[in-house]
Ligand binder design. Structure first.
Ligand SMILES: CC(C)(COP(=O)(O)OP(=O)(O)OC[C@H]1O[C@@H](n2cnc3c(N)ncnc32)[C@H](O)[C@@H]1OP(=O)(O)O)[C@@H](O)C(=O)NCCC(=O)NCCS
Length: 170
C-alpha cells in the first residue's frame, strides 16, 4: 500500500529499536493500550506476535518514502464474520501535524474495503485526544457517539469517542 509520501508494510524484527524509540515516550502511550514504561523487549515480542496473530489483527509499519524511515504504525482488527474491524495507529512525535496519520488511515481504509471486502471500519479515541478524532474526520469517518468511562488508563476512567465508516460500494 502506498500513497504520495508513505507506504505501509508488515513489521520485521529489525524494526524493534525504532518502535521502542517512539513507544517509550509517555506522550505516545498515554492514549494507547500500551504499558508505560515501554521496553525494547516489549517491542520485540509485539512484532514477533504479529505473525501468529495475523488471523485476528494486521499491523503495518508506516514508512516515509523519501528516506525509508519508520515513522508510525497502523493496525486493523479482523472481525471477519461481520466484515468489519477496528483501526488504531500512532505516529512518532517528530512527525506530528504533517498529515501522516491521515494519509496512513486513508490507505488502510482503502485496503480494508477493496482487498478485504470489509463493510465497515471503526475507531475510538479518548476525548482528551482530539487530534486523533480529527484524523478520523479527515478520512470521512462519522461520529457515532461518546462511550462514557469506557477505558481505564493511568489511574482513571476516560470517555471515548467512537467513529465509523461504512463501505458505500458494498
Ligand atoms: C493522534 C496522532 C496519530 C495524529 O498523528 P498526525 O500524523 O499528527 O495526524 P495528522 O497530521 O494526519 O492530523 C492531525 C489533525 O489533528 C489536528 N489537531 C492537532 N492537535 C489538535 C487538537 N489539540 N485539537 C484538535 N485538532 C488537533 C491537526 O490540525 C490535524 O488536522 P488537519 O489536518 O485537519 O489540520 C498522533 O498525535 C499520535 O500518534 N498520538 C499518540 C498516539 C495516539 O494518540 N494514537 C491514536 C489513538 S486513538
Amino acid at each position: 500500500m502506498e500513497s504520495e509520501r508513505i507506504f505501509l508494510r508488515p513489521f520485521v524484527i529489525g524494526d524493534a529499536e525504532e518502535v521502542f524509540a517512539v513507544c517509550r515516550d509517555f506522550n505516545v502511550t498515554k492514549y494507547l493500550p500500551l504499558p508505560y514504561p515501554y521496553t525494547l523487549d516489549m517491542a520485540k515480542s509485539w512484532i514477533s506476535s504479529q505473525v501468529e496473530n495475523k488471523d485476528k489483527r494486521l499491523e503495518f509499519a508506516v514508512i516515509l518514502k523519501s528516506n525509508n524511515k519508520l515513522i508510525g504504525s497502523i493496525g486493523l482488527g479482523l472481525e471477519n464474520a461481520d466484515r468489519h474491524g477496528e483501526v488504531g495507529y500512532w505516529i512518532s512525535p517528530d512527525y506530528w501535524g504533517k498529515g501522516y496519520a491521515t494519509e496512513a488511515l486513508k490507505l488502510l481504509i482503502d485496503f480494508a474495503f477493496k482487498e478485504l471486502k470489509f463493510h465497515k471500519i471503526y475507531a475510538k479515541h479518548y476525548v482528551e485526544n482530539p487530534a486523533s478524532g480529527k484524523v478520523m474526520q479527515n478520512c470521512g469517518m462519522s461520529l457515532v457517539g461518546t462511550l462514557k468511562d469506557h477505558s481505564f488508563k493511568n489511574g482513571k476512567f476516560h470517555d471515548v469517542k467512537l467513529y465509523e465508516l461504512i463501505n458505500k460500494h458494498d
